[in-house]
Design a protein around this ligand. Structure first.
Ligand code: ADP
Length: 254
């Protein structure tokens, strides 16, 4: 049984220039994600990736269709679902005057969990920043800290919305390593990205989304084989005379 199942999931928003009309931001998306996968939703801006994740996370109402995580229906049991998922948002706001350790203890308390903040910071490679404030972290460190926050409830499924957008190449690599480590330890990870390299590097399977629809899905290899154009044919070597020679064993004019 897949750990995440979406069945014709749909979201309507008002049209920006005519609020009395709506459009389908997510247009009947059906997907199955298996336990232990890193699954990527790849698509251009406005494709509907974030809205899809928000519906799975219980942060946005579902207008049609259904979704379940670990067999729990997202719409009827949003709080049960929140207990088993970790959510890293595109931009996070924190209380300015708390340190990383204090914030993690606070998030743990919200989940009724007695967590070890230093162990969590160790997982995301931020031990030496334990007493720093989030405002004093670099972009990559902030992203890793927001993942630590998403891990306080030891989630079965981790959602990452464009986790490396805006990061420099080294910070991006560090975050990729973290995603791979978490996945190796058994966590199912669903991420959105518009970075092809990221999708190819991290994801076992990918769904490509455009205009609210999944237009293709599969392993990177399957997608390349099915959709990438063939490389241009190798330039022709030789000429018809060579063909004749090969076929007959002698030249046309001796
Ligand atoms: P992506 O994450 O792929 O960039 P989004 O899910 O953020 O796409 O957005 C999908 C579409 O829905 C876009 O056209 C976006 O402008 C629109 N949209 C997103 N959020 C809202 C909202 N709260 N109200 C109205 N339209 C929205």
């Amino acid at each position: 049984m897949p750990i995440i199942a979406l069945d014709k999931l749909t979201k309507r928003y008002p049209l920006p220039d005519n609020k009395s009309e709506t459009f389908l931001a997510v247009d009947g998306v059906s997907l199955s994600i298996e336990k232990g996968e890193v699954f990527g939703i790849l698509g251009p801006n406005g494709a509907g990736k974030t809205t899809t994740l928000e519906m799975l996370e219980g942060l946005n109402d579902i207008d049609g269709g259904s979704a379940s995580i670990d067999g729990i229906d997202v719409q009827s049991h949003p709080y049960k679902v929140k207990e088993i998922i970790g959510v890293q948002l595109q931009a996070n706001e924190y209380f300015d005057n708390l340190s990383l350790v204090e914030l993690l203890v606070l998030f743990g308390a919200l989940y009724n969990r007695d967590i070890d903040p230093l162990e969590l910071l160790g997982k995301v490679n931020l031990t030496e920043k334990a007493s720093a404030k989030p405002a004093n972290l670099s972009g990559g460190q902030k992203q890793r800290f927001s993942i630590a926050c998403a891990l306080v409830n030891e989630p079965k499924v981790l959602f990452l919305d464009e986790p490396t957008t805006g990061l420099d190449p080294q910070a991006k690599r560090n975050l990729w390593d973290l995603v791979k480590e978490l996945n190796k330890a058994g966590m199912t990870i669903v991420l959105t990205t518009h970075n092809m390299e990221e999708a190819e590097h991290l994801c076992q399977r990918i769904a490509i989304m455009d205009h609210g629809k999944i237009i293709a899905s599969g392993t990177p290899q399957e997608l390349i084989l099915e959709y990438a154009p063939e490389p241009p044919a190798a330039p022709l070597h030789g000429n018809l005379e060579d063909v004749f020679l090969a076929l007959t064993g002698h030249a046309l004019r001796e």
